[in-house]
Structure formats: structure tokens, C-alpha cells
Design a protein around this ligand. Structure first.
Ligand code: ZN
Length: 204
């Protein structure tokens, strides 16, 4: 998922919509593969690429690899310039660095929330996407240990977005089509408006 500020470090090329790898079902990793040097090195490269983009999540298909692997981190520094009421409405709080291997969403809340969302693989665009407010996810961590987390708010959104990537799904498959817009226009016209007002003005 895309963030709106920038740093500069090592980065891999990020696949853009239209690359077939973004539409493939990624293959699971074995526990032996997870702890192998190539996969551990890859995780570090993905972390640096996510920081550099900058993004709050990056899935392996986005760097051209159809593997069930994603990294997530919502850094304190991304939140410091976001108005407090926006953070509150999105239930957005810092999320420490997290590696997800072979993740599966095992519970979705019926309650959904709708916000603008972006993707490093649909660069320069954004749209309203409705997602479950809470999810539970089972996965292997970077030591190949089974874990389960329960997440709500923006963290739950990031998880749903990144796990979609591992199943060949992009946010544009789930978006409210009339809300699709450039990030420039989102910033210029829409970002501070309440979502019901956005929907009304866009004729949704
Ligand atoms: Zn994405």
C-alpha cells in the first residue's frame, strides 16, 4: 500500500498493473525455505524497498516474485504530519515491522469501513475501498513459526490489501469505480472531506 512521503535507500523495481505476476496466485513457502539465506535476504530487500517507496506494505508479487510473502510496517514518521482527526477516523496507529508468510485471513468482521486507498503497483492513483474493520490472520513469521494476529482499523486494511496481492487481487478489483482518481486530485480536492460528502459529490 502506498504512503505519501519519501526516503531514499536500496530499492527493487515495483511491478505496475498489467504485469501478469500481479494477477497470479502466489505459491506458499516451505518452512525450510523461510529460514534459508536467500529468503531472509529477500525479506531485507523488501523491507528497504518498502521504506524507499515509501509504502506501509509490500508483497512479493510486487517485486516480480509469485511467492506468499509480504512485509508491513506503518512507521511513526508517516503519521506525524497526518491530522489527528484523520488518524482517529481511520483508526491508524503505528504498526511495527511484520513479516507475513503464507498468510490466511481466518476471520472478517461484518462491519466494513470505507476510505481512499492506494497501491505502489497502481502508482499515482487512489480510490475508495470498503474493507472489513477487523480481521484475524494466521501466518508463519520470519522464523517459520506459526502466528495469529487480530487487527483492526488501518492495520486490518493493510493486511487485507497485502494478502489480496498474494491471491492476484488489486484494490481496483474492489474499489468504488466512480471514486478512482489521481493522487494529485485526491490531495487537491478530496482528502479532507468526510467520506459521505465525497460519495455524494461523486454521484455514488
Ligand atoms: Zn498494493
Amino acid at each position: 500500500m502506498a504512503e505519501s512521503q519519501s526516503t531514499n535507500k536500496v530499492r527493487l523495481k515495483i511491478a505496475q498493473a498489467g504485469e501478469v505476476v500481479l494477477r497470479q496466485i502466489a505459491r506458499p513457502l516451505t518452512r525450510e525455505e523461510v529460514v534459508s539465506a536467500p529468503v531472509q535476504d529477500l525479506l531485507e530487500l523488501m523491507r528497504q524497498t518498502m521504506y524507499d517507496a515509501p509504502g506501509v506494505g509490500l508483497a512479493a508479487p510486487q517485486i516480480g516474485l509469485a511467492l506468499q510473502l509480504a512485509v508491513i510496517e506503518d512507521r511513526e514518521q508517516y503519521l506525524k504530519d497526518v491530522p489527528a482527526e484523520l488518524l482517529a477516523s481511520r483508526e491508524r496507529r503505528p504498526v511495527p515491522f511484520l513479516v507475513l508468510i503464507n498468510p490466511r485471513i481466518v476471520e472478517y468482521s461484518d462491519e466494513k469501513v470505507e476510505f481512499f486507498e492506494g497501491c505502489l503497483s497502481v502508482s499515482g492513483f487512489s480510490a475508495l475501498v470498503s474493507r472489513s474493520r477487523r480481521v484475524a490472520v494466521e501466518f508463519l513469521d520470519d522464523n517459520a513459526e506459526p502466528r495469529r494476529i487480530e487487527a483492526s482499523g488501518w492495520f486490518a486494511r493493510i493486511l487485507q490489501h497485502e494478502i489480496d496481492h498474494l491471491n492476484g487481487c488489486l484494490y481496483i478489483d474492489r474499489m468504488e469505480p466512480r471514486s478512482f482518481m489521481t493522487v494529485d486530485n485526491l490531495t487537491r480536492y478530496w482528502k479532507d472531506l468526510p467520506i459521505p460528502d465525497v460519495r455524494a459529490k461523486l454521484g455514488i
